[in-house]
Design a protein around this ligand. Structure first.
Ligand SMILES: Cc1cc2nc3c(=O)[nH]c(=O)nc-3n(C[C@H](O)[C@H](O)[C@H](O)COP(=O)(O)O)c2cc1C
Length: 231
């Protein structure tokens, strides 16, 4: 009898872990390669750049059709992608430290963007966009809620062997500059395809840290909601 119960337990465990694996697989997002040519001219995009206004309403859609997925891919690349064979990025960072990690809170889950292979890694399933909205509920309706996280420990890996604890103030200032470059690129891409965007510092830092399972050296510094608008 004991053997039967044990067998049933093992069988049930195997089934549930398979179900979990399948569920996680469903949430994986396969990004198409980013488009690096074409689109609106830079000058026009600069002229169109603005933050979402009170009259604009995000279209809270899941980014599941191919056209949206292509735009998500382009947006990620514009904000944080690699643009050269040596792994350097579309925006400049001091000492090429690349200390900002870009997270995307989507309806289906929270993802970490990996610039080196232009992919999204699932961090947490489920809709956690509310944590990035703080007291501004409209922000949780952006199809993409970006969170820009500085990891100061990356400074120790630069050629200068910075001890980040002795230079924390300058390092944090650089982090803001880096994140600012990223949000501007993202604003410009959004402007070029008629999407809304708004950079925001009003969000629940502790909740975001818990969801992203951040370490002591990683700090969320700014967020940006981006996405298609209800016409
Ligand atoms: C660092 C920073 C923090 C911001 N924080 C918020 C915020 O918490 N909530 C908000 O609604 N807008 C926020 N904004 C958006 C600004 O209010 C907006 O950029 C400004 O009104 C200028 O409008 P524009 O972007 O259309 O030029 C922030 C912008 C920046 C750059």
């Amino acid at each position: 009898m004991k053997k039967i119960i044990l067998f049933a337990l093992i069988f049930a465990l195997a089934l549930s872990s398979q179900a979990l694996a399948l569920a996680a697989e469903d949430l994986n997002i396969k990004l198409p390669a980013p488009e690096k040519t074409g689109g609106m001219s830079l000058l026009e995009a600069l002229n169109n750049r603005r933050s979402l206004s009170g009259n604009d309403i995000y279209d809270d859609k899941v980014l599941e059709d191919e056209e949206d997925l292509q735009k998500l891919s382009n947006l990620l690349w514009a904000a944080a992608g690699v643009n050269r064979d040596d792994g350097k990025l579309v925006f400049a960072t001091a000492l090429n430290v690349q200390d900002i990690i870009l997270y995307a809170f989507l309806k289906q889950g929270v993802y970490k963007y990996i610039p080196a292979n232009h992919s999204l890694e699932l961090i947490e399933a489920g809709d956690h966009r509310k944590a990035t909205a703080g007291r501004q509920a409209f922000a949780a309706k952006g199809a993409v809620c970006f969170m820009f996280v500085q990891d100061v420990s990356r400074w120790e890996k630069t050629n200068f062997n910075f001890n980040f604890k002795d230079n924390l103030q300058e390092i944090k200032l650089c982090g803001w500059e880096h994140a600012g470059s990223m949000t501007q690129s993202s604003y410009l891409y959004a402007a070029s395809v008629g999407w809304g965007a708004r950079t925001r510092m009003n969000f629940d830092k502790d909740e975001v840290k818990a969801i992203l399972k951040l370490t002591d050296t990683q700090e969320p510094i700014i967020m940006q909601c981006v996405g298609p608008l209800v016409k």
